[in-house]
Design a protein around this ligand. Sequence first.
Ligand code: FAD
Length: 449
Amino acid sequence: SRRRSSVIVIGAGVSGISAGKVLADNGVEDLVILEASDRIGGRIRHERFGGVSAELGAGWIAGVGGKQANPVWELASQSGLRTCFSDYSNARYNIYDRSGKIFPSGVAADSYKKAVDSAIQNLKNLEDNDDSIDDTSEPHSAPKTPIELAIDFILHDFEMAEVEPISTYVDFGEREFLVADERGYVHLLHKMAEEFLFTSEGKILDSRLQLNKVVREIQHSRNGVVVKTEDGCIYEANYVILSASIGVLQSDLISFKPPLPRWKTEAIEKCDVMVYTKIFLKFPYKFWPCGPEKEFFIYAHDRRGYYTFWQHMENAYPGSNILVVTLTNGESKRVEAQSDEETLEEAMEVLKDMFGPSVPNATDILVPRWWNNRFQRGSYSNYPIISNNQVVNSIKAPVGRIFFTGEHTSEKFNGYVHGGYLAGIDTGKTLVEKMNKEKERDTENQNQN
Ligand code: FAD
């Protein structure tokens, strides 16, 4: 089948939906959204697990309480999303060694400070350049002991805010709220979609949203675009907005005809893909401490990132008896490749180290696989710390009639939900301007003729 519209939006994650809404708000009603999976949300995704809603992707609204309002926090307030305050900076005071002892807070604080200082020093060395050997700075020793490795992990894989200013916290504030709503984080997106797509009884019934449409080819020329999907459908339009993740852009899922120019593909290759995996474990009862400042705890092992970062879900869902352990990058990929039973066994061994041999076995496990999902290929973008804006600008820049959006195109907020949201608005507006200019030019031409 063939279908014609003025704009095709590829992807119905937060950036695709916010871009679509900007278009519709500006009179471009004639659009089609093609989504590869069977639902909207993309990396905002929840599943029923152990009787509650588990957020497999984004879980926090990060950056709240500052001078400027975080737009996602505002959307959450408007739509009555249930959230709870969550502070992982205390995690460093709940570090367990393999015999189940918690490191004294003084030791943890000292190690933490040392790690921050050395990260700042490394950053300075990089900035001051690079190749010249700087013999005034102390040689930085790599983390070696389990506690050093654990702290290195929480610092670099979670909390870089103490090392370099992160726009999210500088602009919007340092507080973070965990989404704890049975309708899921995705409820925000449904609310947004409702404003421009036809919905009935909470379901989007608008034929402009096409689910299970995997885009495999984008042909583009001066005159327009032709998009082909895996099921053999063809969509024609004047413009495309492409919101697929950086991991998907690095993969061969979508081919471009003609191919994307080198400045584009080179920039796409320069951006790192972070893999971040939250493993959910359900227990028959609680055996972990739950008081104030105990929401997060750390396991110090001699392998970096080995089941390091733990969280209990009692604040979000009291009585749920669920633990979440977060793995990243290499450990994420390793666990994705093995069976969930193997992962459960490993996690249980770690818990027995921390809390003793009598802890009850988990009755259920949920292991998201963001790396092996061909519509994601990772969790979020991670620009090299010392990268000029040139890289993100090139990733964002349109190629002819193809416009790019997504969290990875947000210069200030990449990696976050609000980054995706604001990127969608930005790309939507840029395209509307371009279309308006084109219209003006056409009417001028007509008037001259
Ligand atoms: P996506 O949500 O990926 O949307 C792109 C859409 O395009 C997807 O629906 C995909 O299916 C679709 N697609 C891909 N290829 C094709 C194709 N060929 N054809 C058609 N459709 C296609 N952010 C926070 O703010 N707080 C957090 O706590 C947080 N935690 C996170 C934890 C995890 C595990 C992950 C994975 C992410 C987390 N993030 C968090 C990041 C946040 O989820 C993302 O930045 C944001 O959701 C990205 O939105 P997007 O629209 O750019 O991309």
